[in-house]
Design a protein around this ligand. Structure first.
Ligand code: ATP
Length: 334
C-alpha cells in the first residue's frame, strides 16, 4: 500500500556566525548549510499493517509524514501510496488518506460536531446513504453520541481526539496517519482510543502509520516498528524481534530482612549493575550471559534474603537504550 524509496529531505539552514560582528555579518551575508532532516529512507507498508513510526525528538518523523501526506516535496527519492504520488496527484490522493494530529484539531472550533461532519461529507462528496452508514459505524466504534451535538471547543481532550479520528475516517480512507493519537490522555481514554484504532484496522483493513512517543501504543497496536534517528533508519522489524535482539537485560529485585550489602564476587562486574536502597536490591543483568538462579544463589550466600522477583526489559527500556546506543551485553552502561 505504501512504498517509500530513497526518500530524502534537505533543509537550507542559516549558519550563525559567532559574536556580535558575526551576527551582523550573518544579517547581511547569510551563510547557509544543507541539513539532512530525512536521509535515504526506504520501506514498504503492506495493506492492513499498523506501522509504529518512532524516533526521538527531531529525528525526522514529522518531515517524513509531511512528505507522505503530500504537504512537503522530497528533495530526492519518492513515495507512492495506493499507486499515487502524493505531490503529483494531490486532489485524488487526499481521498485515500486520513490524517490525525494529536496536538491540534482539524475540526471547526465553534461548530457542533455533527455540523462539522456534515461539512466534511460535502467536501469529500460522500453520498447520503453511505454517510448514514459511516456515521453509525463511527458512532459505534468511537462512542460519539454523548457529545455529537456539542461545539468542538466544549469537548474534553479525549472526546476531541475521538471526534478527530472519526473526522479523518469519514470518507473511508485506505491509509490513516496518526500522529500522537493518545497524547495527554488518561489511561482509560488511551485504552478506548487504542481499542477503536484496533477495531477500525481489523474491520476495514486500514493501513496505519502511527507516530507516537508512548511506547505502550506501539506495543499494543503495531505489527512492526520502523525507528529513525537523525533522519536515518535504525531499526525495522517486529516488537518481538526488537525484544529478542535487544531485550536481554533483566532485573532481579531482592528484598532483604537486614541491611547487608549484596555483592556477587563470582560474577564479573561488567555483567551486573547493582543498586541497593536499604533493604531493596535491584540487579540488572544480561540474561544471555548469566541466569537469575545463579545470582539468587550467590545473594543467599551473603545476605538474609526475604523475597526475590525477576522482570524482563520492557519496550520502553529497550528503546531508551537503543537510542543511547548502549551495548546491551555490557550491563554497566544500563
Ligand atoms: N522547515 C524546516 N526548516 C528547517 N529545518 C527543519 C524544518 N522542519 C524541520 N526541520 C528540522 O528537521 C529535523 C527533523 O524535524 P521533525 O519535525 O521532522 O522531527 P520529529 O521527529 O517529528 O520530532 P518531534 O518528535 O519533536 O516532533 C529537526 O532538526 C528540525 O529542526
Amino acid at each position: 500500500m505504501i512504498t517509500v524509496n530513497h526518500l530524502q529531505k534537505n533543509f537550507k539552514k542559516t549558519v550563525k556566525q559567532s559574536g556580535l560582528t558575526g551576527s551582523v555579518k550573518s544579517l547581511f551575508h547569510p551563510k547557509f548549510e544543507i541539513f539532512e532532516a530525512v536521509k535515504d529512507l526506504t520501506f514498504e507498508v503492506p495493506k492492513g499493517e499498523i506501522l509504529g513510526f518512532i524516533g526521538p525528538n527531531g529525528a525526522g518523523k514529522s518531515t517524513t509524514i509531511k512528505m507522505l501526506t503530500g504537504i512537503l516535496t522530497p528533495t530526492s527519492g519518492f513515495c507512492q501510496i495506493n499507486g499515487k504520488i502524493p505531490q503529483k496527484d494531490r486532489k485524488n490522493y487526499v481521498r485515500d488518506i486520513g490524517v490525525v494530529f494529536g496536538q491540534r484539531t482539524q475540526l471547526w472550533w465553534d461548530l457542533p460536531l455533527s455540523e462539522t461532519y456534515g461539512v466534511l461529507k460535502e467536501i469529500y462528496r460522500v453520498p447520503d446513504a453511505q454517510y448514514q452508514k459511516r456515521m453509525e459505524f463511527l458512532n459505534e466504534v468511537l462512542d460519539l453520541q454523548d457529545f455529537i451535538k456539542d461545539p468542538v471547543r466544549t469537548l474534553s481532550l479525549g472526546q476531541r481526539m475521538r471526534a478527530d479520528i472519526a473526522a479523518s475516517l469519514l470518507h473511508s480512507p485506505k491509509v490513516l496517519f496518526l500522529d500522537e493519537p493518545t497524547i495527554g490522555l488518561d489511561v482509560a481514554v488511551k485504552d478506548n482510543i487504542r481499542q477503536a484504532i484496533q477495531q477500525i484496522n481489523a474491520e476495514e483493513q486500514t493501513t496505519i502509520i502511527l507516530t507516537t512517543h508512548d511506547l505502550n501504543d506501539i506495543e499494543l497496536l503495531s505489527d512492526r516498528i520502523f525507528m529513525i534517528d537523525k533522519g536515518a533508519a535504525i531499526f525495522d522489524g517486529s516488537v518481538k524481534k526488537l525484544k529478542e535482539k535487544y531485550g536481554k537485560t533483566h532485573t532481579l529485585t531482592i528484598e532483604l530482612s537486614e541491611n547487608i550489602p549484596v555483592r556477587f564476587d563470582k560474577i564479573p562486574d561488567k555483567l551486573v549493575k547493582i543498586e541497593q536502597n536499604d533493604l531493596t536490591v535491584s540487579v540488572k543483568f544480561d540474561s544471555s550471559q548469566i541466569t537469575a538462579p545463579e545470582l539468587i544463589a550467590q545473594a543467599l550466600a551473603v545476605a538474609p534474603v526475604k523475597d526475590v522477583s525477576v522482570t524482563g526489559a520492557d519496550i520502553e527500556d529497550i528503546i531508551r537504550r537503543f537510542f543511547r546506543k548502549e551495548e546491551l551485553s555490557d550491563a554497566k552502561t544500563l
